[in-house]
Design a binder for this molecule. Sequence first.
Ligand code: F6R
Length: 615
Amino acid sequence: MCGIVGYVGPKDAVPLLIEGLKRLEYRGYDSAGVAVRRADGALDVRKCVGRLSNLEEALEAAPLAGGLGIGHTRWATHGEPSEINSHPHIDCSGGVAVVHNGIIENYLELRAELEAKGHVFRSQTDTEALPHLIEEILKGGETSHAGAIRAALRRARGAYALGIVFRDEPGVLYAARCGSPLIVGVGEGEQYIASDVPAILNRVKKVIYLNDGEVAELRASGATLSKLDGTPVVPEVKTVTLRAEAAERAGFETFMLKEIHEQPRVLRTLLDAHVGKDGVVNLGPASALIDEAATGLRRVLILSCGTAYYAGMYGRLLIERWTGIPCETDLGSEFRYRGPRLPENTLVVAVSQSGETADTLASVRLARKMGCKVLGICNVPGSTLLRESDAALLTQAGPEIGVASTKAFTAQLMAFALLAIRMGRVRGALDARRERELTEELARIPDGIHRVLDKQDDVRAVSQKYYECFNALYLGRRFNYPVALEGALKNKEISYQHAEGYAAGEMKHGPIALINEFLPVVCLCTPTADEVHEKVVSNLKEVEARKGRIIAVVAESDRTIRGMAQDVIPVPETIEEFSPMINVVALQLFAYFNAKLRGADIDKPRNLAKSVTVE
Ligand code: F6R
């Protein structure tokens, strides 16, 4: 979603702002802008619709120089993508400029009040209420800028991460946070702000994660933090362990392809971190909560959105199978409004790559209010989700820059496998021998994924035949039903080919009406040794009888399905429970090549944002 970068220090701000915004491009945006306090005392703004290159051209045509500035990439919520609606927004007199991520929910009320007092609004955004409100508070007699910001934020309802600069205060950059992530980058004689670590990873190694309700006052020499009531806060400076290269493409044509290829390493890292040489699973700092919860648990509830929700569906199957504990899943956006009833001793498992998804966070807060303990499965250390969870299971996939989630998803699947094994052991539902068998099988998954990746040209050849189709149907059963959903999502979000995932057994309850000689039907047919395989074969027969074009993900050794399918993507076999980790990689590649052949902008699909920090 929107990106924020800010700088105060001895260097020229503009190149640093643009560099930082480029590193946030992956989050998705439709316009961009910067505000810089110039040496001659003016506060100047440049904004453009479209890519950052447009903004760069505008800055070349009319350069801006100064050591204090804020920059923003906007993903439209209130008001169409346009120059006027893009950030930074300023007050009537041009004395304060604001960049904002999130939504000010009471902006209409604030706007009406300020307009009645003579303020002239230029945009349709919620954000613009803030600079006018700050201006009004200063007019009313408040003498300190920090005081005016705090007073304005005590009136604003909703979510925000803010970067603010004033014309009359050179050398001070303000930042504030409530519900949307924001970090301060602590440099030597310079300070940054950013909505996400990769933006400034090559510039600083020390960061302060702002907490909700905190305002930061940054000078080149250091940071001062306060709460909205003015109480000082002692900043907690943390060292970033990520290397800058983690946010580079490393020779791959896109971040998404790089991340698809990183999956064997990511899964090995997770296994090394959590499985001992004796094959026993140890979930580190999360063990205490999991072990304690597992003994007395009545229910597990998994909350998440999008791809992470499909990982949760997989987790549910594993948890029920290996622990016997009833488990349900819900979408963050549904759970928070459904008036949920949770039995005592429900453990909530919240899954999120970013740890900043608004609906997931709101659901977690609701569940906590209802007395549940929360385990966060998340990829971003220091994220809001992890800070609000009772225990954390980090997926350790490294920064995921491609908007479409790939390595974070397989890491979530692996995290669920480890969690379910551990809980099963604690409950006594799995014995030590079974645990060892399972972890030995898990250790083979990274190599299995390697083998799929080695054959990526074969997947490309299949895409070559289907990329022009308008629609596709994806079918899978039981453990591979979430994979069918994820495969369809991946395809539609990056190639814009309409795709629908279905439980294969549901096909005859509706989607079978779509099948004809033009419809590609992607079907997950591994493993071959489980009880649902025969059912999948029957479902394929139904497609074949109606002349559907079958693309089957099959076991390398399969001979039955090959006869029915127009195309096959062979993958190594593993047990049914772990097959999703391998099968999904074939579907990621299929979606990838469809998108490439259709000429799509794979790392920045239209309308999408990497981290959905608004409802
Ligand atoms: C799809 C995708 C999204 C996210 C969803 C939740 O490729 O990435 O569906 O999975 O927006 O995001 P996180 O996992 O950050 O909570």
